[in-house]
Design a protein around this ligand. Sequence first.
Ligand SMILES: Nc1ncnc2c1ncn2[C@@H]1O[C@H](COP(=O)(O)OP(=O)(O)O)[C@@H](O)[C@H]1O
Ligand SMILES: Cc1ncsc1CCOP(=O)(O)O
Ligand SMILES: [Mg+2]
Length: 264
Amino acid sequence: MHHQPDPVCGAAVAASLSLFRQHAPLVHCMTNDVVQTFTANVLLALGASPAMVIDAEEAAQFSAIADGLLINVGTLTRERASAMRAAIDAANKVNKPWTLDPVAVGGLTLRTAFCQGLLQLRPRAIRGNASEILALAQHAGQGRGVDSLHDSAAALAAAQQLARSSGAVVAVTGAVDYVTDGTRTLAVAGGSPLMTRVVGTGCALSAVVAGFAALPGDTLQHIASACRVISCAGERATASAQGPGSFIPAFLDALWLLDAEALR
Ligand SMILES: Nc1ncnc2c1ncn2[C@@H]1O[C@H](COP(=O)(O)OP(=O)(O)O)[C@@H](O)[C@H]1O
Ligand SMILES: Cc1ncsc1CCOP(=O)(O)O
Ligand SMILES: [Mg+2]
């Protein structure tokens, strides 16, 4: 079954962002080695508190305390996988939301089997690029690394199916981001291709999604708002950047400066 997406509304994005800054969520990030600092800086620029706790015992303690948990399998190892399971189990016990970023799921067996298994553990949100969402939804080996080979529109039906089967809100990103609970779908335009020329924009978005998923109210709207916050900051940063190097500080500044007027 296909459902037509509605465009995300700027006023609703501004309302989510304001709620996010008020709540300043504590986000427990179990993420990959490539994007640790960038992820923490993106959350800090938006007013949230990141903490990267990865030992199995500590992670299980901390996920019960944090407002939201991010599981990102970009540099998964067997040991990290069991620490992530422990953190998810502890979060679920106290009903704290957790978000999955299925980096490069498809062809690689450890992370693909691990993420397929996690779908039974009630993720609140899943954020990936088109190749990752297609692979996760269709149990098919696709992709050849962390970058998408597919257009996000080509993964919309898969995202809707994955949302229905997992119970998560699924965000499939690309030139347009689609955010769906399997019934309702919001489309988020904007951003810029330069965002794919620096590492970690997708991973940082997933960390931001983990924070927005912890807010009270309409989770689908909040996660679409998270996508719009990142795409809006991305297009503003691109306007002043010379290339990937100057994009990064401009992006952090744009997140810091983002307000209702920019989002309108
Ligand atoms: N061609 C594009 N045009 C505009 N924005 C894009 C484009 N590709 C990706 N983005 C944006 O870059 C961010 C990261 O998305 P994506 O590249 O799909 O994730 P990943 O880094 O996990 O592959 C998202 O905010 C997305 O909207
Ligand atoms: C390059 C790379 N290799 C393993 S994880 C990772 C980071 C991927 O980051 P993103 O999906 O945000 O581009
Ligand atoms: Mg990614």
